[in-house]
Design a protein around this ligand. Structure first.
Ligand code: CA
Ligand code: CA
Length: 121
C-alpha cells in the first residue's frame, strides 16, 4: 500500500471511530491524533478495570490525589460520565463496571453517554 493510500485509510478509520485528526497545513499527513482516551478509569494502565482502579479513583475523589496525565483526552481519566468533573458518581460508575453491573463509562472522544444509568444506591 502506498503512503498516501495508507494515510487515507488511517484517516477513514479515525473518522469512522469518531476521532478527530490534526492535519498539517502543508500536506494531508496527520501529525497527531486529537482524541485518545485509552485509560478512562484505568489508573494502572493494565487494560482492565479492577479494585485497584477503584482505590485509585477514590483517592482522587476524596483525597485529592494527582491525576496521571491524559494528554490527548478532553476529559480526565477520573471523569467517567464526561461531565467535566469527577466525584462519587464517577466512582459509582467504576464500581458498577468492576462488579459486572454494567458499563456506564462514557466515550470521551464522542461524548457518548450511556442511555440509562443505574440510580445511586
Ligand atoms: Ca486497571
Ligand atoms: Ca464526572
Amino acid at each position: 500500500m502506498r503512503t498516501d493510500q495508507l494515510i487515507t485509510h488511517i484517516l477513514t478509520l479515525a473518522i469512522a471511530a469518531g476521532l478527530g485528526v490534526l492535519v498539517s497545513c502543508d500536506s494531508d499527513e496527520p501529525v497527531a491524533p486529537v482524541c485518545q482516551c485509552p485509560f478512562q478509569g484505568d489508573f494502572d494502565e493494565d487494560g482492565i478495570h479492577t479494585e485497584a482502579d477503584i482505590d485509585s479513583l477514590a483517592e482522587v475523589v476524596f483525597f485529592g490525589r494527582p491525576l496521571p496525565p491524559n494528554p490527548y483526552c478532553p476529559f480526565s481519566r477520573a471523569d467517567l460520565d464526561c461531565d467535566g468533573t469527577y466525584n462519587s458518581i464517577d466512582l459509582n460508575i467504576l464500581i458498577n463496571k468492576v462488579i459486572g453491573e454494567g458499563n456506564y463509562i462514557c466515550k470521551p472522544c464522542t461524548r457518548r453517554r450511556p442511555r440509562e444509568r443505574r440510580p445511586w444506591p
